[in-house]
Write a protein that binds this ligand. Structure first.
Ligand code: E4P
Length: 218
């Protein structure tokens, strides 16, 4: 059986994470250095708080640029919780760090992926997740969804098990398209999670039902 598309929230804000977790359909969390900086909190403390609320994969990103420092940072982060996933950039050193950590059975999320060959390489290195940033490609006039399609085809051609985590989601249509193309996971800002359950005809229909119900003859 094919598992359903997983839903992660893309934030480091505890109110949003608690709100999304309460929906009962949240599978994980992604953070990045910008999201942590926005909250003005200690990185390790916040990762520990998130991991206490969400039992699924929680991605925390290293800020080092070279292999040995990335591994040192990862080792510190791995002390925080068992569900912590090490987020590494799609660079040469990130690829090497991915292989080092995968060989130790540590789960990784290879981020800032903008072309299918990066996805191919990190899958060969044993990445648990790859994060194509589709919104940022759309932002500069490209087609982010084409990248999702290309990675899906490459992974299916060779049986790679690395999960495609659609990132940089801007609006609900991105999610519809990701689900149609078979992305394994989408990481979504709270604003868009709320939009996923909204339709004006649902509101209008409900209003009509309740008006008829309240006007019924007893
Ligand atoms: C994913 O892991 C990233 O944190 C995120 O999706 C980046 O999105 P942005 O392009 O909106 O910053």
């Amino acid at each position: 059986m094919i598992p359903p598309m997983e839903l992660y929230i893309d934030t480091a804000n505890m109110d949003e994470i608690n709100e999304a977790a309460a929906l009962g359909v949240l599978d994980g969390v992604t953070t990045n250095p910008s999201l942590i900086a926005k909250e003005g909190v200690d990185f390790h403390t916040r990762m520990s708080e998130i991991c206490a609320v969400v039992s699924g994969p929680v991605s925390g990103e290293v800020v080092s640029l070279e292999h040995d420092s990335m591994i040192a940072e990862a080792n510190d982060l791995l002390q925080i919780a068992d569900n912590l996933v090490i987020k590494l950039p799609c660079t040469v050193d990130g690829l090497k760090a991915c292989k080092t950590l995968s060989d130790r059975n540590v789960r990784t999320n290879l981020t800032l992926c903008f072309q299918p060959l990066q996805a191919l390489m990190v899958a060969k290195a044993g990445a648990f997740l790859v994060s194509p940033f589709l919104g940022r490609i759309d932002d500069i006039g490209g087609d982010g969804m084409e990248l999702i399609q290309q990675i899906r085809t490459v992974y299916d051609n060779y049986g790679f098990t690395t999960k495609i985590l659609a990132a940089s989601i801007r609006h609900p249509l991105h999610l519809v398209q990701c689900a149609l193309l078979g992305a394994d996971v989408a990481t979504v800002p709270m604003k868009v999670i709320k939009q996923m359950m909204h339709h004006p005809l649902t509101d209008k229909g409900l209003e009509g039902f309740l008006a008829d119900w309240n006007a019924r003859k007893q």
